[in-house]
Write a protein that binds this ligand. Structure first.
Ligand code: A4P
Ligand code: MG
Length: 188
């Protein structure tokens, strides 16, 4: 009993230390899209969120989980998608390193582009940064073409302005010609 209390207190200290350390460094707001269409999709999204909170930064907002028709390669199972807003001190490339490590840890195997996967984590925005390197394009180049991204994004940040297209998430959604089905996922 006493041991449990001590270890609970130790965990609280670690968390306090972490948030203090974060408060000393400048943090950035990044939006991440999680997608899963194989295996136990709900559990995978929960685990991804936990690992992101542990290694990437504070999860400040999360959308509902959405059940979405596959986009690109349509002959594959439906996806669960979710968007997270995180405060992170990581630089963009470090953020990608972490999200890719989490994908690997959760069993992601890269097979076909746009094909079925246990987990995919895309970086949608990183503050108002515009970046194009061989490894990383920010904002995500397809985000404005996909309802499975725009609908959950609009739920948590309808007025965020795209730094290249100069439109809010809601305006991008209104202009989006994608008609694939996207609905809030209801369990049971
Ligand atoms: N990369 C460049 N920019 C980024 C970024 N902003 N975020 C590079 C993340 N990665 C970025 O990605 C390929 C490479 O993109 C990475 O090595 C990274 O250096 P990947 O995840 O290995 O391959 P992929 O996901 O098959 O290709 P791609 O082009 O990233 O596809 P998307 O855009 O991720 O689309 N339908 C529904 N309903 N829901 C989905 O979630 N997802 C996809 C995949 C297709 N259809 C879908 C969904
Ligand atoms: Mg991807």
């Amino acid at each position: 009993m006493a041991n449990e209390r001590t270890s609970e207190r130790a965990k609280e200290w670690v968390e306090e230390e972490r948030s203090f350390a974060r408060s000393l460094v400048h943090s950035f707001t990044a939006y991440l899209l999680l997608g899963a269409n194989l295996g136990d999709r709900i559990n995978t999204l929960h685990r991804a969120l936990d690992l992101i909170a542990e290694r990437v930064g504070t999860v400040v907002q999360k959308s509902a989980m959405y059940e979405t028709a596959p986009w690109g390669v349509t002959d594959q199972p439906t996806y669960l998608n979710q968007v997270l807003a995180i405060d992170t001190a990581l630089q963009p490339e470090e953020l990608l390193n972490q999200t890719q490590a989490i994908e690997h840890e959760l069993g992601r195997v890269r097979l076909e582009r746009w094909g079925a996967r246990l987990i995919d984590i895309d970086i949608l925005f990183y503050d108002q940064l515009i970046l194009k390197t061989p490894r990383l394009t920010i904002p995500h180049p397809y985000l404005h073409q996909r309802r499975f991204t725009l609908v959950p994004l609009a739920e948590i940040t309808p007025n965020l302005v795209h730094p290249i297209l100069h439109k809010t998430t809601l305006e991008l959604l209104a202009a989006c010609t994608d008609t694939s089905e996207v609905g809030v996922f209801v369990t049971g």
